[in-house]
Design a protein around this ligand. Sequence first.
Ligand SMILES: C[S@@+](CC[C@H](N)C(=O)[O-])C[C@H]1O[C@@H](n2cnc3c(N)ncnc32)[C@H](O)[C@@H]1O
Length: 301
Amino acid sequence: MTCLRASKDIIDSSIHSAGLADNHLKTLDKYQSHPYLMENLEESIRLELKTDPEVVRTQAKWCGLKPGLRVLDVGCGPGKTSAILHEVIQPDGELLGLDFSEERIEYAKKHYDGKAGIRFQVHDFTAPLVGLGQFDLIWVRFFLEYFRLESFEIVKNLTDCLRPGGYLCLMDLDHNCLSHYKLPNKLEKALYDIMGLLEEKYDFDPYAGRKLYSYLYDLGYEEIQLDLVAHHLIYGKMGDVDAYNWVKKVEVAFMRVREVFEHYPGGYTGFHSDFMRFFKDPKRFTYTPLILCKGMKPLPA
Ligand SMILES: C[S@@+](CC[C@H](N)C(=O)[O-])C[C@H]1O[C@@H](n2cnc3c(N)ncnc32)[C@H](O)[C@@H]1O
C-alpha cells in the first residue's frame, strides 16, 4: 500500500512537471554491456504501475502456462509479472526471473520473493546462459525491442535452455510509440526522427513485434501460433497511468536524442508541452499493437 501511495505521488508530480527530466534520467550504466534505453531512477515504479495483472493472466493462458511448469521470465523487471506467472503455475510450478538490473532484482526480491518456487537473479542476456537447467516454458515480454541487432541471437541462446517439447513465448510491440491521430505535422516528424535515432544510436527496435514469427520459423520451432491485440488503445480522457507512462517515455527515451529538438520550436521544452497538450486532449486517438508469438521446440526425431 505504501508503495502504491508513493507511486500516485510520483505520477502526480511527474505529469505536472516537464522540468523533471534531467533529474529522473539515469546515466546509462557503463558497466552494462548493452545499456537499457529506459534506465531511470523510477523504472521499477513505472514497470510496476503499467503492469495490469488481468492482462498478464490472459496472456499467460494464451501462452499455455499451467500448474507444475518450470518457467523462465526473461528481463523480469521489478517482478510483478513474474509473481503473477508464478501464481498461474501453482501448485508445484517454479519460476526464475532474470534481469541485469541489480536495482530491479532487489525490488523484486523485496516485494515478490519468499514463496516456494519463485526466485530472482541478476543476469545479462547478452552473455551465455549457463547452469540454469532446462525450462518447460520461456516467457519474453517487452524485451526484444531493446535489441534491434541482437534479438535473433538472444532467441537462439534461449532455445538452448528450453526442453524439447517446451514452448518459447515472445511478446513485443509493433510500430512502437508511432500511431497517433491527429498529430500536428511538426510533432509527427519529430517522433519519426526520434525513433530513427533511437534505432541507430540505442539499438531500439520500434518494429520488434513483426519480426517475432521469423525468429521461431528460422529456428525450426513447431506449432507456431500468433495473436495480435491492442496494448495501448487510448481515446477520451487520459488516465493517470497512461499519462505517467508516456511522460516517462518522453522524458527518458526521447531525451537521449536531444539533437532532434535543436530545430523544434522551443526546443525540448516546446516538444514536451506540445506532445503533452496533444496527448491530454480527449480527441486524440493512440494505439499500439502487441504481437504474441509462441512455438514448440521440436522433440528429437
Ligand atoms: C520493459 S522492461 C520489461 C519487464 C517485464 N518483462 C514486463 O513484461 O513488464 C525490460 C527489462 O529488461 C531488462 N533488460 C534490458 N537489457 C537487459 C539485458 N541485457 N539483460 C537482462 N535484462 C535486461 C531491463 O532491466 C528491464 O527491466
